[in-house]
Design a protein around this ligand. Structure first.
Ligand code: FE2
Length: 428
């Protein structure tokens, strides 16, 4: 008799293009992947040829602000500056319970979207560290179904805000995972460079990763990424450091960038672009032509730099839209970066799955024997169609357990002489 396992998912397509693949799961891990596995599952799931993927990963988010849209008022102009002013108005009114409830609701949305790992920055410039305490509690509560990684983020500037460094160190002592920063927001370029050095040394001493908001500016002379790459190499932090946003690179001189990209590559610094937010917040001082403000994603990929796309914001002072859908993020990234070639479109899918999984240091991530049975079954046959349709998540699995499901996106047609349904798939 065939051996029995907990679950077999039949007839799936994989991200690498394999079709008709079965996946066997036992005790929360994938035990076998291949065609027509001679195994019986206590539960059998028919993928029907659809894409079975490792879960989505968001490398850059702000969970302390999410779902606060409209509190205490909406961002009338939709600009970064009004967003910052709004956040300052909201901060004194925050309560721990409200922060926890909003974050948990967002994690519900994330799970429904097959987004099972999030790196969230948390503002440490409030001396009460209310948001830090709240998100540490959320991290504990969601741990069974979602990996939440927290970055100590000195929103008002490490050196510019008098208590930021002490607060950041307190946050790390409380259990926040990653060292954050915001060098372009310090008072001077020199202070910005100093902040990068201080923060990287702090991370090196404590054996932590680094993820800085870096050069989120249209100023082509905002070059803190150069310092971040230098400090990473000097302190032996290769593979543990990410630069988030890096939007100034969009406006930099091409000659300088031709020197910069190999330095970033050599230092093993990863880049995290946030297409939805960069395209809406950057270039606001321009008339026409207006800069896009997203960093140079295809060029960095070509240079061998690890690149991920992050969501950054959902329904908060800076962004009035979003729903935790990393396929929407990939869709925008693809368009803004003009990554329309076949390989480039697949790279956009990797930028919301395997690339951020490596940046976060997730263990046993993937669809292969030995990996965690953390899986998403999409209502699409391949990654490009998944991005095109922002495909429904038919099933989301964590450690072998189904934790979310949704019907296929099909519309009923009531047209004489035409099919009864439209599902937006290309059929020939
Ligand atoms: Fe951000």
């Amino acid at each position: 008799m065939d051996a029995t396992v907990d679950t077999v998912i039949r007839n799936a397509s994989l991200v690498d293009g394999q079709r008709g693949v079965d996946v066997a799961i036992m005790a929360g891990r994938i035990t076998a992947v291949g065609p027509a596995l001679p195994l019986r599952g206590a539960a059998e799931i028919d993928a029907g040829g659809d894409l079975l993927s490792a879960p989505f990963v968001d490398a850059h988010f702000h969970m302390d602000a999410t779902l606060s849209y409209g509190l205490p008022r909406v961002n009338g102009s939709g600009t970064l500056l009004e967003g910052i002013a709004l956040w300052a108005e909201l901060k004194p009114q925050l309560t721990q319970q409200a922060l926890i409830e909003r974050a948990l609701q967002y994690c519900d949305w994330a799970v429904a979207r097959g987004l099972l790992a999030i790196r969230s920055h948390v503002d440490v410039c409030d001396d009460r560290l209310l948001a830090v305490e709240a998100l540490l509690e959320v991290r504990r509560q969601v741990a069974p179904y979602l990996d939440l990684q927290l970055v100590a983020f000195p929103q008002d500037g490490l050196l510019r805000s008098p208590t930021a460094l002490a607060n950041l160190q307190r946050a790390l002592a409380m259990g926040v995972d990653v060292v954050g920063g915001i060098p372009h927001f310090e008072r001077t370029m020199a202070d910005g460079a100093d902040s990068v050095r201080i923060l990287c040394e702090l991370a090196a001493e404590r054996g932590l990763m680094v993820d800085m908001h870096c050069d989120e500016s249209d100023d082509p002379l905002s070059r803190h990424i150069e310092t971040l790459a230098y400090e990473t190499q000097r302190l032996g932090l290769q593979g543990r450091v990410a630069g988030s946003h890096l939007t100034s690179m969009h406006s930099m001189d091409n000659y300088y960038v031709s020197k910069l990209l190999p330095l970033i590559r050599e230092a093993g610094v990863a880049a995290i672009a946030n297409p939805l937010i960069n395209i809406t917040l950057q270039g606001r001082h321009d008339s026409y032509p207006k800069r896009r403000g997203m960093t140079r994603v295809p060029e960095m990929l070509a240079a061998g730099i690890e690149v991920a796309f992050g969501h950054d914001c959902v329904l908060d002072p800076w962004y009035s839209l979003g729903s935790g859908d990393m396929l929407e993020v990939a869709h925008m990234g693809l368009h803004v970066a003009q990554m329309t070639g076949q390989q480039a479109m697949h790279a956009c899918y990797q930028a919301v799955t395997s690339n951020p999984a490596r940046i976060l240091g997730l263990s046993d991530y993937g669809v292969a024997p030995g990996c965690h049975a953390d899986l998403v079954l999409l209502d699409a046959p391949d990654p490009v169609t998944a991005i095109r349709l922002r495909a429904a998540r038919r099933m989301v699995m964590r450690r072998g357990k189904v934790i979310a499901s949704a019907p296929r996106a099909v519309s009923q047609l009531h047209l004489e002489g035409r099919p009864a349904e439209a599902d937006f798939r290309l059929r020939r």
